[in-house]
Design a protein around this ligand. Structure first.
Ligand code: C5P
Length: 350
């Protein structure tokens, strides 16, 4: 019976979900020779997730692959849900690249001739797009999990080890390892070197997304300009006020506050070195932060490279009040109430 089920009970579709992140502490160092910045960050996952479904395409009956690339395992990619029109549906999508990365790694592990099916990728979005909340990275993390399960199942081989999946994630993007890991973690290097941070309790957030996204490379570029020219220009110097290099002492204090579950102390220790750059590109975010804090949040910061602003609140009712107030006052904003920490990227029922 056991043998029968492993041989024939192949699922033709696997679905995984992965969660958004907020950086509670994001200390950014200077650009490295490879163009990336050395980070010290504490990430926390939020219970706001995207799902990625992979379905086997029957090559004998289904239409020709949309990829146009015979080497790709991806037949087609569709995106539904929030902001879906802004998400690429070609091989520039990180979820697409994740599927092919898993196929390549399985072939490297089990033999180049491994027969793998083509898959249709369907992404359902709830995480704001280009919002500084790792939406694209979450989709890639979910795609890694689903592709690993589906391809191993269909080829009748062992799944890739977790450390190999983590390695693929790091090659695809700096935030993808954290989206695989979830919960709360200290991130170093580009953000891909992770250590879990124990936390107590649940934190409530009012997230304010904006219809106009921000490009992460652009925000890092402005961060570099502010670091170079800050003291010479008053406006730049003002925006740069909180930008300093990574400080392990502050990170330790925040980790201790998280371990105590002390929301007031956590609020006092939130920090984002990219905030000055994000606000420099998008001065309207100052008003979002002002209105959200005035509406009752303990504090508010730009999430990652922005433009989403994350307001830490004492409870869900206050978080709802904050989202209502900001949506009412500032055009183009969308409020989401979420709690943290959430879990790792994982397979779910179809
Ligand atoms: O790794 P990922 O592709 O998500 O990074 C997107 C961009 O963000 C990079 O091309 C780089 O410009 C910037 N970045 C950075 N330093 C990091 C992470 C990202 O400069 N640690």
């Amino acid at each position: 019976m056991g043998e029968y089920s492993t041989q024939f009970a192949r699922a033709n579709s696997y679905t995984a979900r992965a969660f958004a992140k907020v950086n509670l502490h994001l200390a950014v160092g200077p650009a490295r020779a490879d163009g990336f910045h050395e980070l010290v960050t504490i990430f926390q996952s939020l219970d706001l997730s995207d799902t990625v479904r992979l379905s086997v395409v029957d090559s004998s009956t289904d239409s020709e692959s949309e990829s146009g690339d015979p080497a790709s395992q991806v037949h087609s990619l569709v995106v539904t849900g929030n902001d879906c029109a802004a998400v690429p549906t070609d091989s520039s999508n990180l979820a697409w690249q994740a599927v092919d990365a898993v196929a390549d790694a399985l072939r490297a592990a089990h033999g180049i001739e491994l027969a793998l099916p083509q898959v249709a990728v369907a992404i359902e979005k709830s995480i704001p797009v280009a919002g500084g909340m790792a939406g694209g990275s979450a989709d890639a993390a979910a795609a890694l999990r689903a592709a690993n399960a589906l391809f191993a199942d269909h080829a009748g081989v062992a799944e890739l080890d977790e450390n190999v999946v983590h390695e693929l994630a790091a090659q695809l993007g700096s935030d993808i390892p954290f989206c695989l890991h979830g919960h709360t973690a200290l991130g170093q290097g580009r953000g891909e070197k992770l250590h879990g941070v124990p936390t107590v309790g649940t934190f409530c957030w009012a997230l304010v997304a904006h219809e106009q996204g921000l490009s992460t490379p652009r925000v890092f570029g402005v961060f570099d300009e502010l670091s170079e020219h800050g003291p010479q220009s008053q406006a730049l110097a003002q925006d740069k006020a909180c930008a300093t290099y990574p400080s392990p002492e502050e990170t330790r204090k925040l980790a201790a506050a998280l371990q105590e579950g002390n929301v007031q102390r956590v609020a006092g220790l939130l920090r984002n070195d990219l905030q000055a750059a994000a606000v420099h590109v998008r001065p309207d975010l100052r008003e979002v932060l002002r209105v959200g804090i005035q509406a009752g949040a303990l504090t508010g910061i730009v999430s990652g490279s922005g433009p989403t602003c994350a307001f830490l609140c004492t409870d869900v009712a206050t978080a709802r009040q904050v989202t209502r107030e900001v949506e009412k006052t500032i055009a183009g904003t969308r409020g989401i109430v979420a709690t943290s920490p959430a879990g790792r990227a994982e397979l779910i029922e179809n």
